[in-house]
Design a protein around this ligand. Sequence first.
Ligand SMILES: *Cc1c(COP(=O)(O)O)cnc(C)c1O
Length: 422
Amino acid sequence: MLETPIIDELGYNEKTQKEWKITASKAAKNCKNYIRDIVDNLNLEPNPEKKVIALSLGDPTVYGNLKPSQETLESILEVINECSSNGYAPCVGYESARLAVAEYLSHDGVEISPKDIILCSGCSSALDLCISVLADAGKNHNILMPRPGFPIYRTLAESNGVKVKTYNLLSEKNWQVDLYDLESQIDENTSAIVVNNPSNPCGSVFDEEHLAKILNIARKYQVPVIADEIYERLVFPEKKFVSMASLESGVPMLICGGLAKRFLIPGWRMGWIIIHDPVNALDEIKKGLLCLSQKTIGSNTIVQGALPKILKTPQNFHDDLINTLCENATLTFDQIKDIPGLIPYMPDGAMYMMVKICLEHFPQFQTGLQFVRRLMEEESVFCLPGDCFELPGFMRLVITLPSELMLEAGDRIKAFCNKYYT
Ligand SMILES: *Cc1c(COP(=O)(O)O)cnc(C)c1O
């Protein structure tokens, strides 16, 4: 059959057309999920004989034992039935929703005004806006983040071409900030210090005195702070959460938070930024944040409409959650402290526990990664390697599972360690 080339009226010729070459942007290529990268590389295969217990996922909803409050669930149904929150909201959020957040966060000496609040799609998007508005790739800026720390700060910064430097948290001092290290990491291009309190992955909670010391350094070098307070008030009985906003520090801050953890609805994607500007230094930053918030045209309006009621969830809901987490933490800590070769660090809040793997006692394994992989292969227990938080030789356990599963996981970890400990 005779082949006739297709040439249309615009001169398109199928035969001479070159191959398409569509390349991804630098921003996309530089956007890495560090946890995924490490976990995928482990090629994990659980033991088919044993049911997997995932102590890895920082999502309190997976096992179904922790449910949102009745107020949270009802509020959404009401908002949907009222048909009152279906249109575009202002990019920073409905006035009523911001007022509700301001009231919710105004406690223990903190006074927050709705005009200083920007609602975002989860705390991650709040952090994204904060890093974007403060740090400039073209100016060779860097941000400082904790080590061990939540890798999303790095992901967000590097995707914007912003460098990341880390400052150490001290395992032997309840994971407080190594203040000397923090100070030594600051240079003329440092555009923000990220402070995460209470901490993921450590579960540590900073007291007022320690926060003041961190802020003194920030003030000395005039570096603004991005405070990730997503675990605010999620602290165990007798412990106290202190918001950075309650200190008279003279440091400009952007404080990020949201509903994900304390209200057990991470998938609903509601977060916020509080612009805390005690020395009137953030005028331009505030304008910048308003501009950036237009990129997403605001966060989900259904959840915004429900916010006033969600945030009025009674205290006993929060107390129950804290008691459950504290009981699990105690249970798992008591189990692991007696396992040879492991050192657990009792958390004071949040949803995690760090455990040190004393590799010198496990000659079978060169790295914590190998340890974690074999634990999965033999016992079907999966813990995130510390490498995901830039701290090799440790692993992070989530403490949100039903207690019988926490216990079962502890027993299996014990059997595993007894087998390989020398
Ligand atoms: C879970 C978590 C977040 C993300 O919260 P989202 O509201 O789900 O985006 C931010 N920071 C830390 C430290 C977290 O653990």
